[in-house]
Design a protein around this ligand. Structure first.
Ligand SMILES: N[C@@H](CCC(=O)N[C@@H](CS)C(=O)NCC(=O)O)C(=O)O
Length: 214
């Protein structure tokens, strides 16, 4: 069955791109340009958002579900815990990524999604930036002294967290002031699949790996 990931460079679809690389699964990458004509992509995913994963004729959307599915399709890669307690903690973390970090990012980068009122948009951005910084500091605390968001080993939660680290850099937050995340980012960039995914992306981490040998 053909697996295809639909990705927009610089978008949250970086997470499944990293996860697919780590999984060892065979997949096709389809890079879409959400800033351009979406007509063709809307035939694949009528919601028009990325990521989308197609598995044969099936369309799967939402990062949380896509990451879980990639891990389930590649059990040997051990990208998601088998243990129910640890699995529930990972789901809690990734649900927070989607419900809080991602929505704050939308607030500060796409306030038009919330209101057409220009003054209200400026207020959303101004109010959202300190909240985003608080959330990034929370991300730092959640990692704490663990090596990986995935727990004892790298997992799909790490692939997802990389999106918010990269966006933090892109949005001018002082990521270097977050020591645990900075060390984790160094470990992430040592992984060949992470570097390969970042080469297909856009943004600060893309620029960092683009200069390095594969
Ligand atoms: N909850 C969805 C969010 C997907 C999402 O909003 N993706 C953004 C890119 S990061 C997108 O496609 N934006 C285009 C749009 O909203 O039109 C998920 O986690 O997969």
């Amino acid at each position: 069955m053909t697996i295809t990931l639909y990705h927009h460079r610089g978008a949250c679809s970086l997470a499944p791109l990293v996860a697919l690389g780590e999984s060892g699964l065979d997949y096709r990458l389809s890079v879409v340009n959400l800033a351009g004509d979406r007509a063709e992509y809307l035939r694949v995913n009528p919601a028009g958002k990325v990521p989308a994963l197609t598995i044969g004729d099936e369309l799967l959307t939402e990062n949380l579900a896509i990451l879980y599915r990639i891990a389930a399709m590649a059990p040997a890669a051990r990208l998601f815990p088998d243990d129910a307690v640890e699995a529930s903690r990972q789901l809690s973390l990734m649900a927070w990524f989607g419900s809080t970090l991602h929505i704050l990012r939308r607030q500060i980068r796409m306030p038009l999604r919330f209101t057409a009122d220009k003054e209200a948009q400026a207020k959303l951005v101004a109010d959202g930036r300190p909240k985003m910084w608080d959330a990034l500091q929370d991300l730092e605390r959640r990692l704490g002294d663990r090596e990986w968001f995935g727990g004892a080993r790298f997992g799909v939660a790490d692939a997802y967290a990389l999106v918010f680290y990269d966006w933090g850099l892109a949005d001018g937050f002082a990521m270097a002031e977050l020591p645990a995340l900075t060390r984790w980012k160094g470990r992430m960039l040592e992984r060949p699949a992470v570097r390969a995914a970042l080469r297909e992306n856009a943004g600060p981490l893309h620029a960092e790996v683009a200069e390095q040998p594969a």
